[in-house]
Design a protein around this ligand. Sequence first.
Ligand SMILES: *Cc1c(COP(=O)(O)O)cnc(C)c1O
Length: 221
Amino acid sequence: MGTIADNLARIRATLPAGVELVAVSKFHPAEALREAYDAGQRLFGESRPQEMAAKRAELPEDIEWHMVGHLQTNKVKTIIPFVSLIHSVDSPRLAEAIDREAARAERASVDVLFEVHVAQEESKFGWSGDELERFLRERRLEALPHLRVRGLMGMASLTDDRAQIEREFETLRRTFDSFRERYLPQIDTLSMGMSGDYPAAVAHGATMVRVGSLIFGQRNY
Ligand SMILES: *Cc1c(COP(=O)(O)O)cnc(C)c1O
């Protein structure tokens, strides 16, 4: 691997205009984020609220902090004052908690994505297309005025089967198109693709990719 700046430049060179790069910095120290920041990176993705809040305190204020990992409802309030996009809204309960905490923090709205489950693995979080459809059809969003839904997020299966990965991204793109047409005309963000599969995600219509290890190296959990 090259330096963080080299890695960022290499990845950015492959992204078409209009596709945003979220640098997923979870488990990496603030100095690594600082290097990326100095190379011009402003969107960072984290998966643990405490870690995000701690890094935020050490780093420049113009960073946009994205929550990409599963979020427990009791941790929402840690990030709600400053988070710029929550990618991982995976249940009605979490959507309600975000709305409630945003009201409490006097934030007019918080940008969110619904995480839709398209992978074959059982363990991944997210709504099925049908569950999300029912939630939207029942107009449950109307009761959550502090949520500003920007789009969908998803993860493909961890597999070497490229065709399967492509099918899953395509399913997510179609789900996005269909919800935009029928329920959410305002959505503009389709977050899909990670270090191992982001070119395929971009080919299938991602507007935002979440790349960690290709930028920062392997994580030490
Ligand atoms: C960790 C993580 C990523 C980044 O994964 P890499 O394979 O390191 O690029 C992207 N999205 C989510 C939701 C993650 O949890």
